[in-house]
Design a protein around this ligand. Structure first.
Ligand code: SF4
Length: 334
C-alpha cells in the first residue's frame, strides 16, 4: 500500500477505478454535499456534463453553497449566457497537424486526449472539437513528423483534455517517440490530476518521468488552497524528489479565488508541496464561463496587494492569452 492510500482510507492506488466511479450528475453531487436546495439553479451541463471524482468532492464543505471547489464543477444556469466565444485563444488556427498546436517559437502543444478527470466549468477548451481535431487514438505520426522536421522546436507540451488521464503504457509510447527526436530537450505536462485525482501520481509514472532524457516540468492547475491537502502534498513531493520541476498555473475566477486571502493561501500551500506559483491567468473569454470573469483592474489590484504580503517567488505572474500573440501577455501593475 502506498503512502497515498495510507493517508486516507477512502483513496486507493487504483486511479482508473476512482475515475470510473466519479460523480456525473448534479443530483448526486448536491446530495453528497447536502445542497439539494440548489437544484433549481443548476443544469446538467449539456455537452460538457458534470464530472468530478469523489476524492475531490470530499474536499468540499457540506452545506456551503459558495464552496470554492463546488463552484468550479457545478454547472449553473449562468452558463446559458451567449457571451464569449467557442475558440477564445485561437487554438484551431494554430493547428499544424492533427492535435498539434504551434503558437509560440521553440515549443509546440500536443492535445493528447479530450478526456479529463474533472470538468471545470471555466474550461477554455470546453467547446474544442476533440473528436475531429485530434488524431485517432495513439496515432501520433503526423504530429511527430512535424516536430521532427522543425529543428527549432525544443519543447513539447502535453495538454488536453488532461494528458495524465492516459495510462502509463500510452504515455510511455508517446514519450519514446518524443525522446527519439534529437533536437527536443524539454517536456512539459499540464495536468489537473495531481489536485483532482492524486492517486494518479503512481510510482510507475514517477519512474517513467525520472528516466526520461527530456527535462520534465509538470504544471499543475490548482486554483484554491482547499484543493491541496496532505494527500496532494505527499504526491507532489514524491515527484519533486524524483527531480521533476513543479509549477502551478491558476485561473483567476470570480467568487472562487478573487481575494488576496485566497491567493495568498494558495501560494503558501503550493510552497508546502514544493510547487512554485507560476502564472495567474485571466479568464479566457469562453462561452458558458463568462460569469467567472474578473475585471483587469481588480486583478492588478489583487496582485499588488499580494506582493505586499508574500516574497516575490510566491507571487504568480498575471497574464492573459491572446489569440495570435507570440507569447502570453503579461499584465503589468504600476
Ligand atoms: S482539466 Fe483542464 S482541460 Fe479538463 S476541463 Fe479542466 S480546465 Fe478543461
Amino acid at each position: 500500500m502506498s503512502s497515498i492510500s495510507l493517508i486516507q482510507g477512502r483513496h486507493t492506488d487504483n486511479w482508473q477505478a476512482e475515475l470510473a466511479n466519479a460523480v456525473t450528475t448534479t443530483e448526486e453531487l448536491l446530495r453528497i454535499v447536502k445542497l439539494e436546495r440548489l437544484a433549481p439553479t443548476v443544469t446538467a451541463g449539456g455537452n460538457f456534463r458534470l464530472l468530478v471524482p469523489h476524492c475531490y468532492v470530499d474536499k468540499m464543505q457540506p452545506g456551503d453553497a459558495n464552496d470554492p471547489l463546488l463552484l468550479q464543477v457545478l454547472p449553473s444556469l449562468a452558463e446559458k449566457s451567449p457571451a464569449g466565444t467557442t475558440d477564445p485563444v485561437g487554438d484551431l488556427h494554430a493547428m499544424t497537424a492533427p492535435g498539434l498546436l504551434h503558437k509560440y517559437h521553440g515549443r509546440v502543444l500536443l492535445v493528447t486526449t479530450g478526456a479529463c478527470a474533472v470538468h471545470c466549468r471555466y474550461c477554455f477548451r470546453r467547446h474544442f472539437p476533440y473528436t475531429t481535431a485530434n488524431p485517432r487514438k495513439g496515432e501520433w505520426g503526423e504530429a511527430i513528423d512535424y516536430i521532427r522536421s522543425h529543428e527549432d522546436i525544443a519543447e513539447v507540451i502535453l495538454s488536453g483534455g488532461d494528458p495524465l488521464v492516459l495510462d502509463n503504457s500510452v504515455l510511455q509510447r508517446l514519450l519514446a517517440l518524443l525522446e527519439d527526436i534529437p533536437h527536443l530537450q524539454w517536456l512539459r505536462i499540464h495536468s489537473r490530476l495531481p489536485v483532482v485525482l492524486p492517486s494518479r501520481i503512481d510510482k510507475s509514472l514517477q519512474h517513467m518521468l525520472q528516466r526520461s532524457r527530456l527535462r520534465t516540468t509538470l504544471v499543475i492547475h490548482a486554483n484554491h488552497a482547499n484543493e491541496i491537502t496532505e494527500i496532494e502534498i505527499a504526491a507532489l513531493q514524491q515527484l519533486g524528489m524524483a527531480g521533476i520541476t513543479l509549477l502551478n498555473q491558476s485561473v483567476l475566477l470570480r467568487g472562487i479565488n478573487d481575494s488576496v486571502a485566497a491567493l495568498a493561501a494558495l501560494s503558501k500551500r503550493l510552497h508546502d508541496a514544493g510547487v512554485l506559483p507560476y502564472y495567474l491567468h485571466m479568464l479566457d473569454p469562453v462561452q458558458g464561463a463568462m460569469h467567472f470573469e474578473v475585471p483587469s483592474s481588480r486583478a492588478t489590484a489583487l496582485i499588488d496587494a499580494l506582493r505586499l504580503q508574500l516574497p516575490g517567488f510566491l507571487v504568480p505572474r498575471l497574464v492573459r492569452e491572446q489569440a495570435g500573440e507570440g507569447s502570453k501577455t503579461a499584465i503589468f501593475t504600476i
